[in-house]
Design a binder for this molecule. Structure first.
Ligand code: ATP
Ligand code: MG
Length: 309
């Protein structure tokens, strides 16, 4: 049977998601390491505010891309930091193009937006767009280690929401421009509208990339338990609704038959959910990783996991 990693070989962006503690970081890191060993220049990017890439690779990874091992690079995106930069950037774009009274008004609006829920995700998303922008992207593959499901789904469905929000801002601004006749030629030449349109275009671009199944794919990492199986089915349909291809499932920490002893009973329980997952997700590419005798870290440990992907 062809392996999951083999199936995903032609993808440029692969997201790993799933419930907390299932093994997202481990699988994303193993997948990225394997790809880099196969000669693809690879970046592993963590979008989980509680980063753990540094721990797993044993090197300090921060908000700037840095090499981890040959052909493999890492970055930990800090949502709060990105949100601050994002706000500053938007404000700067406004400077010098509009009067100071308007700037104050806009800054108030932006600050309000910054405090509103979702702005850190919006900023993280901006960083996504930056990383995924083909013009500046030197990588063959970017692997995203994401936060537990809910957070990530919100993030991935943002372009749609932000697009609508941009539209409403543009409409509001257009009305004001027309009303006040602020420019001789109307809303088209209004600098604020230009900035908004530009942002809208970049979100649309992100959406185009995210929903292009020939380049972007989503892999769920689950354990053979009741809740993850149920939750994943729901998350899958949500992603599909937004046009994002969810093609792979990793069933991690599967207790091997020879485990014996105390684990035997748990194995029997897992069997049930394993069977359920195999049927429920039979249209996806499935990989199974056994429960290993120790935590996974370092290159050796990750390559051991990668062999199952
Ligand atoms: N197959 C496995 N066998 C044994 N231990 C494993 C296996 N896969 C992962 N682990 C261990 O399980 C723990 C959780 O894994 P990991 O950090 O990858 O999960 P996560 O889904 O990223 O968690 P979080 O939601 O907190 O980000 C780690 O200590 C890891 O070493
Ligand atoms: Mg993690």
């Amino acid at each position: 049977m062809e392996k999951l990693a083999e199936k995903l070989k032609s993808r440029s962006f692969v997201f790993f998601g799933g419930k907390g503690g299932t093994g997202k970081t481990t699988c994303a890191a193993a997948f990225a390491l394997r790809a880099s060993r196969d000669g693809r220049k690879t970046l592993i990017a963590s979008t989980d505010p509680a980063h753990s890439l540094s721990d797993i690779f044993g090197v300090a990874i921060g908000p700037k891309e840095r090499p981890i091992s040959h052909g493999l690079y890492g970055i930990e995106i800090d949502p709060e930091e990105e949100a601050k930069k994002y706000i500053t950037r938007v404000k700067e774009q406004m400077q010098g193009v509009v009067s100071s009274v308007i700037i104050q008004e806009i800054e108030r609006q932006i600050d309000a937006a910054y405090l509103s829920p979702g702005s850190e995700e919006a900023a993280t998303f901006d960083k996504f767009v930056e990383l995924m922008d083909e013009a500046g992207n030197p990588y063959d593959l970017i692997v995203f280690d994401t936060a537990p499901t809910g957070h990530t789904l919100r993030l991935l469905t943002l372009p749609e929401i932000l697009g609508a929000w941009m539209d409403s801002l543009i409409a509001r601004r257009s009305r004001a421009v027309k009303l006040l006749r602020m420019t001789s030629s109307g809303p088209k030449d209004d600098p604020i509208i230009k900035v908004l349109e530009k942002r809208k275009t970049s979100f649309e671009k992100a959406r185009a990339i995210l929903t292009d199944r020939s380049i972007t794919s989503f892999v769920f990492v689950i354990n053979a338990e009741k809740l993850p199986v149920a939750e994943t089915a729901k998350a899958l349909s949500l992603l599909r609704k937004y046009g994002i291809a969810a093609e792979g499932i990793v069933i991690n920490k599967v207790i091997p038959p020879e485990a014996g002893g105390l684990l035997e009973k748990r194995r029997a329980i897992q069997e049930k959910y394993l069977a359920e997952a195999r049927t429920k997700f039979s249209d996806l590419w499935i990989a199974e990783i056994p429960l290993l005798d120790s935590d996974v870290d370092g290159i050796e440990g990750l390559l051991r996991v990668a062999a199952f992907l």
